[in-house]
Design a protein around this ligand. Sequence first.
Ligand SMILES: Nc1nc2c(c(=O)[nH]1)N[C@H]1C(S)=C(S)[C@@H](COP(=O)(O)O)O[C@H]1N2
Ligand SMILES: [Mo]
Length: 507
Amino acid sequence: MINVTERRNALLAAAAGAVAVAGSYLVTGWSPAFVVRPVDQAVVNLTPGPIVTVAIETLGDAGHLIHIALAFAAVIGVFGLVAFAGLRLSARVDRSLAGAAATGVGSWLLAAGLTGDPAQAVGAALPPAVVVAAGGVPPQSTDSRSEPGSSLEGDSTGAVDAVRRRTLGFVVGALGFVVATVVARRLPASDDEPLADAPRSEGASARLRELESASLAVESEDLLGMVSPIGAFYNVDIAEFDPAVTASEWSLTFTGETGSERTVTYDELIDRPVEHRAVTLRCVGERLNGRKLDNAVWTGTPIRPLLESVDPEGECNCAMLRGEDGYYVQFPVDVLADGFLVWGMNGKELPPSHGHPVRVLIPGHWGETNVKWLSEIELLTVAEDGYWEERGWEGTGEVKTVAKLWDEGVTERDDGRIELAGHAYAGTRGIERVEVSTDGGDSWTDAALSDPLPDADVWRQWRHVFDPDGSHEVVVRAVDGEGTRQTETTADPSPSGASGWVRRTVG
Ligand SMILES: Nc1nc2c(c(=O)[nH]1)N[C@H]1C(S)=C(S)[C@@H](COP(=O)(O)O)O[C@H]1N2
Ligand SMILES: [Mo]
């Protein structure tokens, strides 16, 4: 049975674990030197594929919360163990400072080891040391040295209550510290900071205006137009923390089976011929009518000349792309050759969450091929699985055709008619037509479309207005630029993307 002292130590240790994490956060903020980050990374890498897949499909973004919560619990637990050992030491030598010093040093070593940042690791070391110093030797311990730990049971209830109150005081104090750090820190999320103009972005605003004028006038004020604003553009990341890479630190290295290895710096990259392309991204993991489909104007340079300059040779004609966050994905060199290396988004520098400073965009292929924080392109001899393929997905191929009808795309107009509006996307096949049915699929009408754009891999908007008569089962489907209609056969997102026609009851 656990006696009172052990229970008290466990409580104090948990509090010490919590203040260690809070102290680290106070010093580092939500950055790579925060102690939870490496553990979050490990959780991400160690979670078995089927669990990740089920989590994505059934939990959606809650899956992210779960893995970050697991990471926090693990880190608090480990720092708690260090503090627990410190408390025991204090009790054994009857000196709370001894345990406190041991806790501080142990926590510092642990934090420095986890993050590789000894200076900022101090943030995780001091607060638990203070908890152990203050709570180290219970007041009765002098009477109980002969029988450590078990003595409180025999003591007067008053003494026990006093210890309880003190312990509770520490725990409440520790909680207060945690809350205070979070409040004090409330960092401006890096994405909220104003982004500088992307280097050589002069043509980007002209393209943004062009997309604006190609867009359809729709009733709904909440529906996206042709361009997703940076803050609204969806995000999919394997980790909770964006790598912090500056432009001057960044480089891209071509390795493996090349005639000549090559490293490209940021300055070399942005000095190359610049283009501003509208490119749409869609995640293979999204539900049929999901929200992981967005479009932006990207500033960058074609990868082909760089790729040709390294003379790729591997047997499999395939390349593994790697990002600074530990992400990796493999697909054919021929597909990569059409890629676009970008450092600008909607006229601004590529934001941290979208791959700052450089990512790649692969025309017409699922979102997962568009590696963010791109650091290495390895030309392989034998094909290997990428991060998601190791976890059972088949998301390196071409996107499936889809027409969306989101909630805000349904509007009742003042004249009583109903307007349906949305976006349709078929990768590099393009969208030729969107068909709408308001009677469950018995009859079909062509929707109005936004003007076609010169870009090779961009969505189109569609719009259809009708007179409601009671409740309608609306169905939408797109026809791609090759004349192929969106398949009616339904499929789950896993492994190779959701399919079917979006249906919803209106009116
Ligand atoms: N380095 C890195 N690149 C990545 C990912 C990632 O987790 N890490 N996620 C991929 C996936 S699954 C998608 S759908 C797109 C999403 O890009 P976005 O977050 O800019 O919308 O990035 C891809 N590139
Ligand atoms: Mo994705």
